[in-house]
Design a binder for this molecule. Structure first.
Ligand SMILES: O=C(O)C(=O)C[C@H](O)[C@H](O)CO
Length: 330
């Protein structure tokens, strides 16, 4: 559940020099839904789009990926949100970024999705889902969207799991930034599965240390901390497991966290153990890190299954992407 955005990916270099943009679909929760569908999970996307070309494009893209879009509302009074992805060209010219870095420019204030509200709680996907996933972007969209996510956390779960990815986006909080730390902490405390990056956790909660974060947030049954040293540490009840990421050359980072979440949650829904869930997260993130759009083209399911099941000694030091013969090194 969350906002979908039309993404305009600029050619590498500062925007003032970019004349060509490639359109793709984005939005953190929509990205997760696409990964889930690719991994064989029956996934629905709950959102609101404008009655415009970008809204129709997003809905069609999600449907093409196998996601149920039946509950997406069309709002004729508000536009679909957009973001422009400025990509580094590494040229060293003024305003250019290093080549693997990118910058997001949002055009989404007052968007159709910002009108998400508690009335959306009755949408069929929210009522019947085994797992509901959303991120810290949704409560940042507006007061009404924040009221929706808070109500979702507060209402009886009836066995369904709530998954929350921190996704701290100061630019989306805008004038409401003063409420961000308390709101996000309340969402972390109220969810069952929480995913966060050590860097964003440091920014908003003052620490990215996994042990300190667990001490701060003992409530969610599962807490996953992805850290700068490219590992992920998972806490699940009494269990603590650390899994290193794959060795790769980053093309572009945006969307990697969503891919990680999709991989982790798909493995969770398929009943996998914590180590396997974290490996699925890393594998899907690797596919996103080596692509320039938000979306990751994943290796076939049987290859993912094989890789996720490798002995620890083989997993550590694996490189991505697969070589021409279909194997993954070294
Ligand atoms: O930043 C956001 O609000 C988005 O949803 C855009 C991107 O798709 C998202 O950041 C990727 O995680």
């Amino acid at each position: 559940m969350g906002e979908g955005l039309a993404v305009l990916v600029a050619e590498p270099g500062p925007l003032e020099r970019s004349g060509t943009f490639e359109r793709s679909a984005g939005g953190a929760e929509a990205n997760v839904a696409v990964v889930l569908a690719q991994l064989g999970v029956s996934a629905a996307w709950l959102s609101r789009v404008g009655d415009d070309g970008f809204g129709r494009y997003l809905v069609a893209e999600l449907a093409r990926a196998g996601v149920d879009v039946g509950a997406v509302a069309v709002d004729p009074t508000r536009p679909t949100g957009i973001y422009i992805k400025e990509r580094g060209g590494g040229s060293g010219t003024p305003h250019d970024l290093p080549s693997s870095e990118s910058r997001m420019h949002y055009y989404r204030s007052g968007s159709a999705a910002s009108a998400l509200a508690p009335a959306d709680l009755v949408a069929p996907p929210l009522v019947r889902a085994d797992l509901v996933h959303f991120t810290g972007i949704t409560p940042a969209l507006s007061e009404s969207a924040c009221a929706l996510t808070r109500s979702l956390l507060d209402r009886p779960r009836h066995g369904s799991t709530i998954s929350f990815d921190l996704n701290y986006r100061p630019a989306v909080w805008g004038a409401r930034i003063g409420a961000a730390a308390d709101e996000l902490a309340a969402h972390v405390r109220g969810a069952d599965v929480v995913l966060l990056g050590a860097d964003e956790a440091t920014e908003i909660f003052g620490t990215g240390d996994p042990g300190a974060l667990r001490a701060l947030f003992p409530e969610p049954a599962q807490l996953i901390v992805k850290n700068d040293k490219h590992t992920a540490i998972g806490f699940d009840g009494e269990q603590v497991v650390e899994v290193p990421a794959l060795d790769l050359t980053v093309t572009e980072r945006i969307g990697a966290g969503d891919a990680f979440a999709g991989g982790y949650l798909a493995a969770l829904l398929h009943g996998a153990d914590l180590r396997t869930r974290l490996r699925y997260g890393h594998l899907c993130a690797a596919a996103a890190l080596t692509a320039s759009g938000d979306a990751a083209k994943l290796p076939p399911p049987q290859e993912l299954r094989h890789l996720a099941g490798l002995p620890d000694a083989v997993w550590t030091g694996l490189t991505y992407p697969p070589s021409a013969d279909g194997t993954i090194g070294p």
